[in-house]
Unconditional design. Structure first.
Length: 111
């Protein structure tokens, strides 16, 4: 027998984050927001650059991820070696703006 589940409107990402992420280091909290709100994997969140964020269109360009290989961090292509564009809800955009203000981007060069 096939059952249908009615799905209501999802609560704002900020509500989900507040309810389950208060114990996470504030600097890393944004990776949970990006995971819940946009479906990004942890390494993809760490690999985001300011150029990957398009607030006007409400999208993120997932072009790289940070991956640990033999104890060293590297930039690599996302899973499946495929870049993609994902939608960014306004609640995630607001969280991301607050994060960037609190923790300004720094230039990083990995091997």
């Amino acid at each position: 027998m096939l059952r249908h589940i009615q799905v209501g409107r999802a609560p704002p990402v900020s509500h989900l984050v507040e309810s389950g992420c208060d114990v996470i280091n504030p600097r890393n909290r944004i990776t949970v927001v990006l995971g819940l709100g946009c479906g990004l994997r942890q390494g993809e969140g760490f690999g985001l650059s300011p150029e990957d964020i398009d607030y006007a269109r409400g999208v993120l360009h997932v072009r790289r991820q940070v991956q640990a290989i033999k104890g060293k961090l590297y930039f690599t292509r996302p899973k499946g070696k495929k870049t993609r564009v994902v939608g960014m809800p306004s609640s995630v955009a607001e969280e991301l703006k607050q994060h960037v203000e609190a923790f300004p981007p720094v230039e990083v060069e990995l091997p």
